[in-house]
Design a protein. Structure first.
Length: 565
């Protein structure tokens, strides 16, 4: 990029912030320009900045012009260096070259009575500095007027042939309706040609000689447009999958952004640049918050199958030859989210099942009378059921651990293996009352009423409306909290942080897994993020729950484990 160099007189307004240090009555500051007016302008030869840094001077690499209210700030990568010599002192202050957010300045360069120029100034050298703390131009508190001489450079862009032709044709030609003037392109650091209505049929005013070729380039950067289009495609794809509330806005913003790349209307470009910025903010908010709505969080995957074998009579452990137990075999095939195939075969004992049922009923009676609220009751009940089956699920955990080791799964993949295993088991509603009582007591179109009206299977008269992990593994009948409790019991023994969430508002329970998923619905438990996952339907990955249940304030933690062995 080439530059044109200029020299002139300036009057500027700077605030008094940024004091570096002082010696006696002299204060040394970094000028923070709010307004700069430059006149007596002369075109000069290109100068070497380093050779200009002698004597008393102020230097800054760039003074960014204020172009609109939408972009009043910019990142400044290097701060100015100030040198000042007085009597026997030579003082040089160099600040750290760290990026900082800096307000753009209003640069005003009069050209004619009707025209002015406003653009970024580069390699600025200021000398003969005069500070006037009593100037009438102090329109803000703690601001000071500064005068002196200034040298600066302005970038010269490539001028397309049609623009050059317009300027040449304007010289000496009368047109009744327009004047060509220099103004600011809101999306570049360079001035642009604008046409405004003329009063009294005034003739076209050609671009002043000093600013010949300081005009905008309308050439397209196709590579940047291509990268931007790819970025929008990614965002729209992500939003369409996860955040339906932003989908239409994303489509509108993307189309407007693309169209605005091919038009020279500044307002149109500014509008869609602002929409692009707004969308990025919403997108980032979506990633870090738990409030936006998932559109369709399920992921398609292959279906497996579940088979229950007929009971087989065996000798009861610890009994005589006439005591008989029954083993019931299960054969479950399923796939995880990366199409790994699994098969799990195991047996459960009717004797052990009845033992757990009896202990389950006793615990329910005890906790019903001693718990102050539902959350406290379920915390005690879930914990007790997990303890009752602590050793009874060991065989299942061992089989799943072997499969994870054989397939070289990491912790996240192991958790998803367990999740998809539980999701493969068909849903069966579990409740405390009989089915007749549920239908009688449930009024209107509630979930329970609709479920029974459709004739779907249920498991009635279960204490607390939840089965223990072993009870569920035995009869494969479970709803939300039964499934969550089994997932918790297995993951805890696999040394993966897990939790059971319950919600009175939603009448639901889900599993939480304390692994670094990266996005989705989560609750922080003792400093560890536990990502929720729906277990009552297939296709829900970690962090994915029902779109209507994403308000985290409605979820309570009934049971959790953050311990790692």
């Amino acid at each position: 990029m080439e530059y044109k160099c200029f020299e002139g007189k300036f009057t500027g307004i700077s605030n008094l912030k940024g004091l570096l240090f002082n010696v006696g009555k002299y204060n040394f500051r970094e000028f923070n320009w709010d307004y700069i007016k430059i006149d007596s302008l002369q075109l000069i030869e290109n100068y070497d900045v380093e050779k200009e840094k002698i004597g008393d001077f102020y230097y800054t690499e760039k003074i960014a012009a204020r172009k609109s209210k939408l972009n009043p700030f910019y990142w400044k990568t290097a701060q100015p260096k100030v040198n000042f010599k007085h009597d026997f002192f030579w003082i040089e202050s160099i600040s750290l070259g760290l990026p900082k957010l800096k307000r753009r300045s209003e640069v005003f360069i009069p050209i004619t009575e009707q025209h002015h120029f406003n653009t970024d100034l580069f390699e600025v050298i200021i000398r003969d500095i005069i500070l006037d703390p009593n100037s009438e131009l102090h329109y803000k508190k703690d601001f000071i007027e500064i005068q002196g001489t200034i040298r600066f450079k302005i970038k010269i862009p490539t001028i397309p042939s049609e623009v050059t032709k317009t300027v040449k044709e304007s010289e000496g030609v009368n047109q009744s309706d327009a004047i060509i003037t220099n103004t600011v392109d809101q999306n570049s650091t360079n001035p642009t040609i604008a046409t405004i209505p003329s009063s009294n049929n005034a003739p076209i005013a050609a671009s002043p000689p000093l600013f010949t070729n300081i005009l905008p380039s309308y050439s397209k950067n196709w590579f940047l447009i291509f990268l931007g289009a790819l970025f929008w495609i990614f965002l729209i794809s992500f939003v369409s999958l996860y955040y339906s509330s932003l989908y239409k806005f994303a489509i509108f913003s993307a189309i407007g952004w693309l169209v605005s790349r091919f038009v020279a209307v500044n307002f149109f470009k500014k509008t869609f640049n602002f929409l692009f910025f707004l969308f990025i903010c919403l997108f980032i908010y979506a990633l870090v918050s738990n409030q936006l709505t998932l559109s369709d969080p399920t992921v398609e995957k292959k279906d497996g199958n579940v088979k229950i074998e007929p009971p087989k009579a065996v000798k009861k452990q610890g009994g005589n030859s006439n005591d008989t137990d029954y083993l019931i075999g299960k054969n479950i095939r399923w796939y995880d989210f990366i199409t790994n195939a699994y098969q799990l075969q195991y047996n459960t004992s009717v004797q052990s099942f009845f033992e757990t049922q009896k202990a389950h009923a006793a615990a329910d009676q005890n906790f019903m009378s001693t718990s102050k609220d539902p959350v406290s009751y379920y915390h005690k009940l879930y914990k007790k059921l997990d303890e009752l089956d602590n050793t009874k699920v060991d065989s299942i955990v061992k089989l799943l651990g072997k499969k994870a080791k054989a397939k070289k799964l990491n912790s996240l993949q192991t958790a998803e293996m367990v999740i998809t295993f539980i999701q493969e088991i068909p849903y069966v509603l579990v409740h405390q009352s009989s089915c007749k009582e549920i239908i009688k007591n449930e009024q209107g179109s509630s979930f329970l009423a609709d479920y029974h009206a459709d004739g779907k299977p249920c498991l009635p008269n279960i204490p607390g409306g939840v089965q223990s992990p072993y009870e569920f593994l035995h009869n494969l009948k479970g709803d939300c909290d039964t499934r969550s409790l089994l997932g918790y019991a297995i993951l805890r023994k696999l040394n993966i942080a897990a939790s059971v969430w319950i919600s009175q508002a939603y009448g639901h329970s889900i599993l939480g897994v304390g692994l670094p998923v990266g996005n989705g619905s989560y609750k922080t438990i003792n400093g560890s993020k536990h990502y929720g996952v729906e277990l009552t339907n297939k296709g829900f990955r970690l962090g994915m729950i029902s779109p209507q249940q994403r308000d985290m304030s409605n979820w309570d933690i009934a049971l959790y484990s953050n311990n790692f062995n």
